[in-house]
Design a protein around this ligand. Structure first.
Ligand code: SAH
Length: 380
């Protein structure tokens, strides 16, 4: 058994069964043994074909380039301030930021105004990001609260919120009961159990649901969304949250672990697989609004990238590519925007301020009827 397993067992023996959120936090972000911090001997990290999962910036440079143009457009609409804080949450390998900055070279005054700030818990991924960004001046932080307040903020988060710890509750005849993690009698395996139910049918933030249903809450994600909302209200700027998830609060067990691109049991070999849950965009938007930001109705990743010109950028790259590169670019375009791939499952939530500008890729307030997400995007 691994050192992380032993630590979890000792913690459970001392404190009793863990919430899923405590388990996820330790398993994913323990600074030495956590999934995101582990530096394998061969330098392998969680991303890409050789890793456990692949994200949009790792699929194609076009993703980061288009987000770079989105940021430059925001900056122009903010009145081209002489300084702007460009922050990314959970930058992974640093690929998105590197592609974004390359595209931003097309708008030199924007590039000159940028101060780059990365929020990252994993020491090994910080090193990886430093390599990707070369000589650029970059500041790392442990949390959103440490970002500077002295200039408008442009903030990006791609597949960050899905990695944050969630709580799960099961609806029983007695009320909602939290799912907790204990140890089997032999002391050899971690197992799920249920805590005592909270009497009554309602628990703050959980949807109405039938007996047996599971529902999830992500207080850590909501607190970060609220903090971003407060920052935007105080500093001005905009934020873009891209992730997979659902538009309306709903019941459902969305917890999953991935290892080498395959599903893996969530409690087996802790620290060896990525654990994520679908993001509740309604909860994030409400939290950001409570913080003082103006959330725009989310659009799908497919709609967003297509609005920003993904097809044109793909054609431009294909025109200069070899036949095999051209095939890869066409495949990447389809993977990012296809309805059966990332295009519909992934959503984009933009946050701005009450007096903030319209944001590229989102229906403007002058487009009646388009300001609500269309029913086809709503799984609920
Ligand atoms: N945005 C990247 C990586 C996504 S994986 C991409 O799209 O490829 C999630 C990232 O968030 C990793 O960099 C991970 O180390 C970081 N992370 C996870 N939990 C975090 C937390 N609580 N605080 C800061 N960073 C976190």
């Amino acid at each position: 058994m691994s050192a992380l397993f032993d630590q979890l067992v000792r913690r459970i023996q001392l404190d009793g069964p863990l919430s899923l959120a405590d388990y996820m936090a330790q398993v994913l972000t323990d600074p030495h043994l956590g999934y995101y911090s582990r530096q394998q001997a061969d330098g392998k990290d969680p991303f890409g074909r050789r890793g456990d999962f692949i994200t949009a910036p790792e699929i194609s440079q076009m993703f980061g380039e288009l987000l770079g143009l989105w940021c430059a457009d925001c900056w122009v609409n903010l009145g081209a301030p002489p300084r702007v804080i460009l922050a990314e949450l959970g930058p992974g390998r640093g690929t998105l930021m590197a592609d974004l900055l390359r595209a931003a070279k097309g708008v030199p005054a924007f590039l000159a105004a940028l101060e780059i700030h990365l929020v990252e818990v994993s020491p090994s991924l910080r090193r990886r990001q430093a390599q990707a960004l070369g000589d650029l001046e970059v500041t790392w932080h442990d949390s959103v609260d440490q970002l500077p307040t002295s200039a408008p903020l442009l903030l990006l988060a791609n597949e960050f919120f899905d990695a944050l710890p969630i709580h799960q509750y099961q609806r029983t005849r007695q009320g909602w009961a939290e799912r907790r993690i204990g140890i089997n009698d032999a002391g050899t395996e971690l197992v799920f159990g249920l805590a005592a139910a909270v009497p009554g049918n309602r628990l703050l933030g959980l949807p109405p649901a039938d007996i047996g249903a599971v529902a999830e809450l992500c207080p850590a994600g909501n607190a970060i969304a609220q903090a971003i909302g407060q920052r935007l209200a105080a500093q001005g700027g905009a934020a873009l949250i891209v992730d997979y998830g659902y538009l309306k609060t709903q019941a459902g067990d969305s917890l999953q672990a991935l290892r080498a691109h395959r599903y893996h049991p969530v409690l087996r070999d802790p620290g060896s697989a990525d654990i994520t849950a679908h993001v509740n965009f309604q909860a994030l938007a409400e939290a950001a609004q409570a913080g003082g930001a103006r959330p725009l109705p989310p659009v799908t990743q497919g709609e967003f990238l297509t609005h920003l010109g993904l097809d044109q950028r793909a054609s431009q790259l294909i025109a200069q590519a070899t036949a095999s590169q051209a095939k890869d670019i066409a495949e990447a375009r389809k993977r990012l925007t296809g309805d059966a791939e990332m295009g519909r499952l992934f959503k984009v939530l933009a946050l701005t301020t009450s007096d903030g500008p319209d944001l590229a890729g989102f229906p403007t307030s002058q487009d009646p009827g388009e300001t609500q997400a269309t029913p086809k995007n709503n799984p609920g």
